[in-house]
Design a protein around this ligand. Structure first.
Ligand code: AMP
Ligand code: GLY
Length: 426
């Protein structure tokens, strides 16, 4: 079978790498891809939002399965467009993708199914929102633009002053139409975990829990990013909690989507806060997390093509349980200095071949491009160095040993990825 993967980040490189290992797969294409996917697969120069060109490519090249990586094409209806053209595609359709694309829609589903989440109120006017805040007292809260804002539309506020300023920014269109409506939400306290499941809308298969590191700097300091590193499994979600999350969060969500007439197929990714009152949903994403996907897929032994095909055909119930490598995996994201703000592109990356020699390490590319045989930086998150180890500490050491062999002008990374897990084990 020939596969087409849509997207250009580390998640898509990991998907290309994993799907390419299947004996059922002859060829993997990635549109538009990066320097890493150019090596492990074949890049196609079509942007992820050019649906007609992607469909034409899939039809002309007998693509048996298209896998959509990022949320933007999903929320713009790429699955609907591929299905209308008679093509097989993995991911939720546009209506179901609202679970990520609209925070208000997500809350509607969560509340309808009585799923634990932060208390919230919805607003479209600055004045009404600020009056509500004043009446509530000088509390911590979280302000969220309703729509997709590249991960920047969520502002955690310590007090009334910060919250009023955040509302002002949203109301003044800092996030464009994504902020036409917004929510004010109770601030939850605890550690975060990512629990992803694969579902065909009837059956769910929960993946092993992972933890992302959203803050830019060591000790969870600095601005939020798309993710500076991840590890899997995350023992703060033990088997008992995972089971609870499945029963009380994931299954009721899939069920409620069916009740609303919007069946969900694909990856259901719950961003959870592990509060003293139990796990609560912070948000849903409708695709693999980036960088959680990289350690997850390094550990997944089951052929992903069988799982994705079963989802499309609605027969996930026929599959054996997923098989995992027992060894934990740690992923360290190397970024361009300045990210998540402005950063330079086009710097030459050195040491990739040497780092690739490290055992049990895979270097997934994110923001890179090929220039002849040179690899240049081409984004904020540049490389996702991922390693397996017999312990989390060993996986961490292997990842950082490889990271230290790589250099470009202005490269930066966190030094404490997976430390929380390592300290928990002590
Ligand atoms: P989201 O896109 O909703 O996951 O928000 C991005 C980040 O903001 C999360 O990973 C949390 O760190 C933080 N966040 C979101 N909602 C809340 C909340 N209700 N309480 C505390 N932190 C939150
Ligand atoms: N790792 C967070 C995300 O993919 O949104």
């Amino acid at each position: 079978m020939k596969i087409l993967i849509i997207g250009s980040g580390g998640r898509e490189h990991a998907l290309a790498w994993k799907l390419g290992q299947s004996p059922k797969v002859d060829q993997v294409y990635v549109a538009p891809g990066n320097a890493g996917t150019a090596i492990d697969a074949e890049n196609i120069d079509i942007r992820e939002n050019d649906f007609p060109a992607l469909i034409r490519f899939a039809q002309q090249n007998q693509i048996g399965l298209t896998v959509v990586g990022p949320e933007l094409p999903l929320s713009a209806g790429i699955v609907d467009a591929f299905e209308a053209a008679g093509l097989r595609v993995f991911g939720p359709n546009q209506k179901a993708a609202q679970l990520e694309a609209s925070k208000i829609f997500c809350k509607k589903i969560l509340n309808a199914a009585n799923i634990p989440t932060a208390y919230h109120r919805t607003f479209s006017e600055e004045e009404a929102a600020v009056s509500y805040l004043k009446a509530s007292g000088d509390l911590q809260c979280v302000i969220k633009a309703d729509g997709l804002a590249a991960g920047k539309g969520v502002i955690v506020c310590k007090n009334l002053e910060e919250a009023s300023a955040a509302i002002h920014r949203i109301a003044n269109h800092e996030f464009g139409d994504a902020g036409n409506r917004f929510i004010i939400e109770e601030c939850l306290i605890g550690q975060e975990a990512s629990v992803l499941a694969i579902t065909d809308g009837q059956t769910i298969m929960t993946l092993q829990p992972a933890q992302d590191h959203k803050a830019s700097f060591d000790g969870d300091l600095g601005p939020n990013t798309g993710g500076m590193g991840a590890y899997c499994p995350a023992s703060l979600v033990d088997d008992q909690k995972l089971h609870w999350i499945e029963e009380n969060i994931l299954v009721p969500t899939v069920h409620e989507m069916n009740v609303q007439g919007i069946p969900f197929k694909g990856i259901l990714y719950a961003g959870l806060m592990m509060t003293s009152n139990g796990p609560k949903v912070l948000e849903y994403n409708v695709r693999f997390g980036d960088p959680e996907c990289q350690p997850l897929l390094m550990r997944l032994k089951t052929d992903l093509i069988d799982v994705m095909t079963a989802v499309i055909d609605g027969r996930l119930d026929e599959l054996e349980p997923l098989e995992w490598d027992d060894r934990p995996a740690v992923c360290v994201v190397m970024v361009s200095d300045g990210y998540p703000g402005s950063y330079r592109k086009g710097d030459l990356i050195l040491g990739l071949d040497e780092a690739a020699q490290c055992s049990n390490v895979k270097i997934f590319h994110a923001g890179t491009r090929l220039d002849g045989d040179k690899v240049l930086t081409n984004g904020g998150r540049v490389l996702d160095v991922t390693a397996l180890g017999n312990s989390v500490a060993e996986a961490k050491k292997r990842a950082y040993d490889a990271v230290e062999k790589i250099f470009w002008n202005g490269c930066r990374y966190r030094n404490d990825i997976a430390d929380k897990e390592i300290n928990l084990a002590k």
